[in-house]
Ligand binder design. Structure first.
Ligand code: FAD
Length: 359
């Protein structure tokens, strides 16, 4: 974080079990940032800024600090969202001092327009989206939340800042559906991002449907970015299904030169392979499901286990895929003795469930 400019927002939230909420939040934030302090007074440092929680009787004061208004608003959103999740019975009224005023556009939101489309493989379509002021989307995470028409042809309605730090949606009209995608390529000067959409099977699926049907000029909302950065290591093992391919491709391209990587990607069939090998020291293994439904095989988890990463090596293991496979990979790495911070095994989607998934 830029130490010279600090923006700050603060809220005092009355809670019936303040220590319990602080402890749950501390544990959750510990997976994403550096925690300092004790149960009733702790702080956490993220790439985008800091959050500080202090118990005051039957309430907790949360202070968030960041170098820009978008990062500050993301921290306010995160605190409000998690406190409301961990204290549903309290339904506390959260009011912030400082930060973006309620009713104004979300500083981490951009309206984007489709300017190009390209079929990358039979089941992967790339949309180039154009928008203004994209510099913040080039760092602090590869992923964005796209706000997509819930029904074909729907007119978009965008959220604004709510007084509790979350997003306020206009009541009239149909709300867009939010789905998480990866920025495969960003060109800040040209004001463009590429997003690769997996054209998967399923019902409704606003993400895949937009990827398939979007036409030049269609509009889509984009918030973020989010997601952690890779931890430094002497070598990497990347594993994922096709939804993780955009992230893996970008991370491999951005690795420091000379750092070796093994990449294992599960795809529907071999026509889904992409060219990832432009860099020396990158060994790519493609696993074909032979058109079996995504999420129905053990191919990826078996291959990670067979690759035999060892916690005694200076290796970082990164995996993202369907929830069941991600859970199996995470359990395997923990059993091997991989320490927190030396691996990531993320659920990118869940078979039979729409939208966001729990890890
Ligand atoms: C950090 C992160 C980054 C991601 N990056 C990308 C990306 O760059 N490109 C990308 O295509 N996806 C990406 N995903 C996955 C994407 O968000 C999910 O696949 C999402 O469910 C797609 O939304 P949808 O509207 O198409 O389908 P939903 O409405 O969410 O689901 C409808 C049905 O389709 C099924 N389904 C969802 N995804 C798949 C799939 N891949 N294969 C088979 N069935 C599926 C669901 O189980 C459900 O039954 C990412 C996810 C995360 C968390």
């Amino acid at each position: 974080m830029n130490a010279s400019v600090i923006l700050r927002a603060e809220t005092l939230i009355p809670l019936s079990a303040p220590l319990k909420v602080m402890s749950e939040l501390r544990e959750h934030y510990g997976e994403h940032g550096d925690i300092r302090g004790v149960d009733d007074d702790w702080s956490v440092a993220f790439d985008i800024g800091k959050a500080h929680a202090r118990m005051q009787g039957g309430a907790v004061t949360f202070t968030v600090e960041a170098a820009d208004d978008a990062s500050l608003a993301l921290l306010q959103w995160s605190v409000a969202e998690h406190v409301l999740e961990y204290a549903p019975q309290d339904r506390p009224d959260i009011v912030w001092t400082g930060g973006t005023r309620a009713g104004l556009p979300l500083p981490y939101f951009r309206e984007m327009q489709v300017v190009r489309a390209q079929q990358v493989t039979p089941l992967m379509r790339r949309l180039t989206l154009s928008g203004h002021d994209l510099a913040r989307f080039a760092h602090d995470g590869l992923h964005v939340r796209l706000l997509l028409p819930a029904k074909a042809g729907q007119r978009p309605v965008w959220p604004v800042m709510a007084s509790d730090g979350r997003q306020a949606w206009p009541e009239e009209g149909d709300l867009p559906a939010a789905r998480v995608y990866t920025i495969r390529r960003i060109d800040v000067a040209a004001g463009e991002v590429d997003v690769d959409f997996v054209l998967h099977e399923g019902d409704d699926m606003p993400g895949a449907r937009f990827g398939q049907d979007a036409r030049i000029g269609d509009r889509v909302g984009m918030t973020g970015p989010g997601g952690g950065n890779l931890k430094p290591a002497a070598r990497y093992l990347f594993a994922g299904d096709e939804t993780a391919l955009p992230a893996i491709s970008r991370m491999v391209e951005e690795l420091p030169s000379g750092i070796p990587a093994t990449v294992i990607v599960e795809v529907a069939n071999l026509a889904e392979r992409q060219d990832l090998t432009a860099r020396d020291g990158v060994d790519v293994k493609w696993l074909s499901r032979d058109d079996a439904p995504a999420g129905s095989t053990d191919l990826l988890a078996d291959a990670v286990e067979a690759a035999g990463p060892s916690p005694s090596d200076d290796i970082f293991v990164w995996a993202a895929c369907e929830q069941a496979a991600a859970r199996r990979i995470r359990k395997h790495l923990k059993t091997l003795g991989f320490a927190k911070g030396r691996y990531l095994a993320a659920a990118y989607w869940r078979r039979g469930a729409a939208g966001d998934v729990e890890d």
